[in-house]
Design a protein. Sequence first.
Length: 251
Amino acid sequence: MTIDDIYTPINEAKKEIEKRWNDVELKKKVSDYLGKDFPEVFKKEPRAILSRGILTPNFETKYFLDILDIVDLKPICLEFYGDKFCSQNKDKIHLGKLVFLHDNKKGINVTTKRTIIDFKKSENKIFKEIRTLQDKSFTEFHHNLYIRQYKKLFDIFDISVFKDNGESAKEVYKKIFGLCLVNGILFENFIAKENEHEKKFTENVVLPAFEFVVSKFHVKPLVVPLLPLKNVEKEAWDWYPSHLEKEIDNL
């Protein structure tokens, strides 16, 4: 199995989630599999899932919100407050050093940067323990910035509870993919090239977890590419609209 085998086209995923939601036998199997770890928020209706360390109003999140019209599902973000900050991960770097894109009539990207945490002190700390340079909660900073952009947060579920018994990253992904059989569609791009750190994570954690769930349930978890595959590596997805820069000092 390769990374490409994970994905399901968005229109097909929409039809499939509607069909599976009415599959009583499959729903029971998933419920039994997840057991006490089955989040209540997923039991009422299937959801469109974004999985990120912290929900933040960057251009990637805007793209996710824009495509919700296609699937007509309510969004939920799987956050991971127990995740460790790592300066080898570009997504985490951009949570600590925000890049703002400014309009330019010549078509050239003009950006400004604002560092909001001490990178040295934050390295290997879990997200919920990190403080900003203004001694504010790191997670609350991003949530408040999101609220400044979109007025309110959408639903959030902290998947740290999936590691309560010391489960490995692979075991956590098995649970996430279990949720994507009946209870949601995951919008994600799994990196298989360029970034060696993320490539190894995909090969050693994500793929084996996906293969396990497929072999157990004999259906694929529903995963749709979040970003266009030809543009997924572009750094600008992690950037922010320029008008949010002035909000930083108010948070």
